[in-house]
Write a protein that binds this ligand. Structure first.
Ligand code: SF4
Length: 214
């Protein structure tokens, strides 16, 4: 199965997706930290518990990264209007061979929504990667809308899926499957290269011919 996080990696850099499929995630990032903080605070625990959770789950836990995320995290009062139904929920599609972990499922005005936690909000709407997360959820589950919680500003933004987004989600899924089947994408120099934990492997690794289609 391919995972939602691998699909999201593709939207940052197809090669990053290749390395994460092959080696997994090397570093403990602020994204990992905010997820644990969100899950802990929503269940009535404190930051100390979030830190213990993060240390227990992530073998590459980094206290500086956790503290940096914790100093920016905003727990919005807005969240009290959304009734928690479940946390850390795994959804699988055997038909498409995709698995996703939803941070929280909430109820609002008698409808249920998946919530995914992200870091800093764009000026308007949501980042492309967050849009694609909800689009992928919409093709592997019955959820046609989802919420992104931007943890560094405490904003909750809604995404409604539609046929065009579902097409884009399927295209992404197909490309990640091609990578899983052995294609190595070309290097895509981008801002993320400055933080990428695979920068050394990336310089050494040639592309496959078919990678120009990815
Ligand atoms: S170093 Fe840059 S091009 Fe290579 S995998 Fe990382 S982000 Fe992609």
């Amino acid at each position: 199965m391919i995972s939602l996080s691998q699909i999201v990696s593709y939207t940052i850099c197809p090669r990053l997706c290749y390395f994460r499929i092959k080696f997994g995630e090397k570093n403990f990032t602020e994204s990992h930290a905010v997820r644990e903080i969100y899950l802990s605070l929503r269940r009535g625990f404190d930051l100390e518990w979030a830190r213990k959770r993060a240390m227990t789950i992530n073998e590459n836990f980094d206290l500086d990264v956790f503290n940096s995320a914790a100093s920016k995290f905003v727990f919005s009062d807005l969240l009290h209007d959304f009734k928690p139904i479940d946390w850390d929920v795994t959804i699988k599609s055997d038909r498409l061979d995709v698995v996703a972990v939803i941070d929280e499922i909430v109820e609002f005005r008698k409808k249920t929504y998946p919530v995914l936690v992200s870091l800093k909000a764009p000026k308007e709407g949501v980042w492309f990667r967050d849009l694609m997360k909800i689009a992928v959820l919409s093709v592997i589950s019955d959820y046609k809308s989802g919420l992104i919680y931007y943890a560094y500003s405490g904003e909750l933004r809604k995404v409604d899926s539609n046929i065009s987004l579902r097409r884009k989600a399927l295209k992404l899924i197909e490309r990640v499957k091609m990578i899983k089947n052995g294609f190595v994408p070309e290097r895509r120099e981008c801002r993320y290269c400055n933080f990428c934990s695979f920068v050394n492997e990336c310089k050494m690794k040639p592309s496959t011919f078919a990678s120009k289609f990815l």
